[in-house]
Design a protein around this ligand. Structure first.
Ligand SMILES: C[S@@+](CC[C@H](N)C(=O)[O-])C[C@H]1O[C@@H](n2cnc3c(N)ncnc32)[C@H](O)[C@@H]1O
Length: 358
C-alpha cells in the first residue's frame, strides 16, 4: 500500500464485511433496538439539545442505528457512510421500523459532490476519527454542511486513551501508539470484527490514523466553526485493556483495593461547535437585539431557535449510487421515544499493530 486511497479502499472492504457481522452481534443489540429504544447516551442527548423537527446529518453512520435513534428523537435525518453494505442494511432497517430517514452512500471526503443542503446539526460519534487520514479535509466537509447558526457535535474516544499498549498481561500503562497524526497509518492485524472476534473475515488488516485532541480542535476552528465546549470524560464506552474496568456500560480506570481512584485520565470526549450567522430567511429577533445590550442570555446559551423551515435541506431528488431518492418521499416521522436502554458502542482497536503501514 502506498497512499491514503488504497488504505481507504482496504478499510471500506473491511467495513463491508463487518456490517452483517455487527448487525447480528449481541454487541449492537439490534433485536432490542427493533423493539424501540436508543443507542444515544443521556449526556449526548443533553449536549446536542432537542432535535425535534431539526435536520440532522450523521457522518459515518455504519448501518444506521444511531441515525435512527436520532429519528426516534424527532430529527429529520440523513446518514452517510462509504460502506455500500452499511447503507443497504440501514435503508432496510429504516423501512422495517417505519422511521423517516435517508441514507447516502459516499466517501466522506466526496460528500460535497454527492449531497446538497445545510443542516441544523451535523453529528458523528464513537470510533470515527481513527478511519480518517486528513483531519482538515474532514473538518472542511463538516463545516460545509452546518447551516449558519447550526451546530456540529462529536463524541469520541479520547486520543490520549489510545496511546497505551493493549497487549500487556499486567494492568500497566505502557506507551505504544502515536498520539499525533502520522503520515502513514497504523496497521493492525484484523481478527474478526470488534463486535464478534470469532467471526470469519477475509480482509487481513485495518489501517488507523491517530489524531491529537489539539489537532481535532484546530481543524474544526480553522474550518470556520466556533467551539462552544470540549468535555473530557473519565470513562470509555467500550473496554480497552488495560486501562479500564467495567461499571455498568462504562469502562473506567482500575480502582485501588478499597475502591479509591488511582489517578485519572481522559478517556472520552465530546465537542460542540457552532457556525456563526443566521439561518437563511431569519431576521434578528427582539431577544437577540436585547442580548447585544447585555440584558438577555448570551448568544452562546441562547442559540438561534431552529425551525424546520430554516433547515434549508434540499428537497430535490438526488442520484446516488444508481438510486433516486427524495427527502420528502418518506412516511411522516414517528413520535420520538427514549427508553433509557443502555447503549452499546463501537469499539475501535486494538490488536497486533505496527506503527506506519507499508
Ligand atoms: C465505528 S463506525 C461508526 C460508529 C457508529 N457510532 C456505530 O458504532 O455504529 C465507523 C464508520 O465509519 C465509516 N467510514 C470509515 N471511513 C469512512 C469514509 N472515508 N467515508 C465515509 N464513511 C467512512 C465506516 O464504514 C463505519 O461505518
Amino acid at each position: 500500500m502506498t497512499g491514503p486511497g488504497e488504505f481507504l479502499s482496504s478499510n471500506r472492504a473491511l467495513w463491508n464485511e463487518w456490517v452483517d457481522i455487527n448487525a447480528r452481534s449481541a454487541f449492537y443489540g439490534l433485536e432490542e433496538f427493533r423493539r424501540g429504544g436508543t443507542r444515544l447516551r443521556p449526556y449526548e442527548l443533553e449536549e446536542v439539545g432537542a432535535v425535534e423537527g431539526k435536520s440532522l446529518l450523521h457522518l459515518q453512520c455504519h448501518f444506521g442505528m444511531d441515525t435512527l435513534s436520532w429519528a426516534r428523537e424527532g430529527a429529520r435525518v440523513i446518514g452517510v457512510d462509504f460502506s455500500e453494505r452499511g447503507i443497504v442494511v440501514a435503508r432496510r432497517l429504516a423501512e422495517e421500523l417505519a422511521l423517516e430517514a435517508s441514507f447516502v452512500h459516499s466517501n466522506l471526503y466526496d460528500l460535497r459532490s454527492n449531497l446538497d443542503g445545510k443542516f441544523d446539526v451535523v453529528y458523528t460519534s464513537r470510533g470515527v476519527l481513527n478511519w480518517l487520514p486528513d483531519l482538515n479535509g474532514w473538518a472542511d466537509v463538516v463545516a460545509h454542511f452546518v447551516r449558519p447558526g447550526g451546530i456540529f457535535y462529536i463524541t469520541e474516544v479520547h486520543p490520549f486513551a489510545l496511546v497505551f499498549d493493549d497487549e500487556v498481561e499486567e494492568p500497566v500503562l505502557r506507551l505504544r501508539y502515536p498520539y499525533w497524526t502520522t503520515e502513514k497509518p497504523i496497521k493492525f492485524d484484523n481478527v474478526g470484527s470488534y463486535a464478534d472476534r470469532s467471526a470469519p473475515v477475509i480482509v487481513p488488516f485495518e489501517y488507523d490514523w491517530s489524531h491529537g485532541l489539539g489537532e481535532v480542535v484546530t481543524a474544526i476552528s480553522s474550518a470556520g466553526l466556533t467551539v462552544e465546549f470540549l468535555h473530557e470524560f473519565d470513562f470509555t464506552e467500550w473496554p480497552m485493556p488495560p486501562l479500564v474496568e467495567r461499571e455498568g456500560d462504562e469502562w473506567r480506570m482500575p480502582r485501588g483495593r478499597f475502591g479509591e481512584p488511582q489517578g485519572e485520565l481522559p478517556l472520552f470526549f465530546s465537542l460542540r461547535a457552532r457556525k456563526r450567522g443566521q439561518p437563511e430567511g431569519r431576521t434578528p429577533s427582539r431577544s437577540r437585539t436585547r442580548s447585544r445590550r447585555g440584558s438577555a442570555a448570551s448568544s452562546r446559551t441562547a442559540g438561534p431557535a431552529t425551525t424546520a423551515a430554516s433547515a434549508n435541506v434540499s428537497a430535490h431528488h438526488h442520484h446516488l449510487a444508481g438510486q433516486t431518492w427524495n427527502h420528502n418521499s418518506h412516511p411522516p416521522p414517528t413520535t420520538a421515544t427514549r427508553h433509557g436502554r443502555p447503549v452499546r458502542s463501537c469499539s475501535c482497536r486494538r490488536r497486533k499493530a505496527s506503527a506506519g503501514a507499508k
